[in-house]
Design a protein. Structure first.
Length: 302
């Protein structure tokens, strides 16, 4: 598989996250709580991914590696908990801005754990993406916006855990089959969600039936696709570019709110979407040039 295929895979993983906020809003409108929505998402998502694993050839994995992947799924589950909490006390545009801070937090994780300093090009890309996010989320066009301290805390926590999950996706279990790796990451997320929100609410049959349609959609796009696509692509392109590619989440969230929820999206917000996509494209072009130079140098060396 060519390098740009891995870039596209991670990009689509970010897009799948952008779908979630729309269906979370719909679930809230139908009277479901954050516990029911989060629990349903990770429960159905984990069941789906393990069913897929059962249909494939059995893969061997050491107990030590399995434990590492389960633990790596903990920030995955916490991201859902924190972000959905922030959506309860913050305007959606503010909540996603706080989540979007994972872009620069990911660079800090690379610097601390991999001793990899961000290049000037990457720093410029991060600034462009953050500027675009302010426009795309519509925060600059809102008037009289109040920030809940509690909501801001949940939002920043979701940014930290999401950046951690992206980092671990590209660093842990590189030799593990992507489908099995995704299943273990989702299982780790499910375990922490059920620890925080004991699943007594899922024993209530009417609640379980009612939340199923949302749980299946949120589970597929929130607990199946992201860890699977990140497991395939992140080890190949690295968490640095991977963090930038996942910024595709915000443009998709804006598109979904416009076409599914029929919310008004201003011209300024569309400009923000274009800026974000431009920042992602620019970063990818830089990556493509670096890959071509590396191949050329290897050919000359041989």
């Amino acid at each position: 598989m060519k390098n740009w295929h891995y870039v596209l895979i991670v990009f689509l993983g970010g897009c799948s996250y952008g779908i979630l906020s729309t269906f979370v809003k719909l679930a809230y409108a139908n009277g479901f709580s954050v516990q029911e929505i989060t629990g349903g998402q990770y429960l159905f998502g984990t069941v789906i991914i393990w069913l897929l694993v059962a249909l494939t050839k059995k893969q061997k994995i050491s107990r030590n590696q399995a434990v590492k992947l389960l633990l790596s799924g903990v920030p995955f589950g916490l991201t859902g908990i924190f972000y959905y909490h922030s959506l309860q006390s913050l305007h959606a545009s503010l909540a996603i801005i706080f989540l979007f801070q994972y872009i620069w937090i990911g660079s800090i994780l690379e610097l601390v754990f991999l001793k990899k300093k961000p290049s000037l090009e990457k720093l410029v890309a991060i600034v462009i993406l953050l500027a675009g996010s302010l426009l795309a989320a519509g925060i600059l066009s809102d008037t009289g916006v109040t920030v809940s301290l509690q909501g801001a805390m949940w939002g920043m926590l979701s940014a930290v855990t999401f950046a951690t999950f992206i980092f671990l996706s590209g660093s842990v279990g590189k030799d593990t089959a992507p489908l099995l790796k995704s299943a273990l990451l989702s299982s780790g997320g499910l375990i922490i969600v059920f620890i925080v929100f004991p699943p007594f609410y899922l024993i209530d049959l009417p609640v379980l039936i009612g939340v199923t349609k949302f749980g299946l959609i949120l589970g597929f796009f929130g607990a199946v696709l992201p860890p699977l696509l990140f497991s395939i692509g992140m080890p190949k392109i690295g968490p640095g570019l991977g963090t930038i590619l996942t910024a595709s989440e915000l443009p998709v969230a804006v598109l979904m709110s416009a076409f599914v929820l029929k919310e008004h999206v201003s011209g300024v917000q569309w400009i923000g979407v274009v800026i974000i996509l431009g920042g992602i494209a620019a970063s990818n072009l830089k990556y493509s040039k670096s890959s071509m130079n590396t191949k050329a140098n290897n050919s000359l060396a041989n």
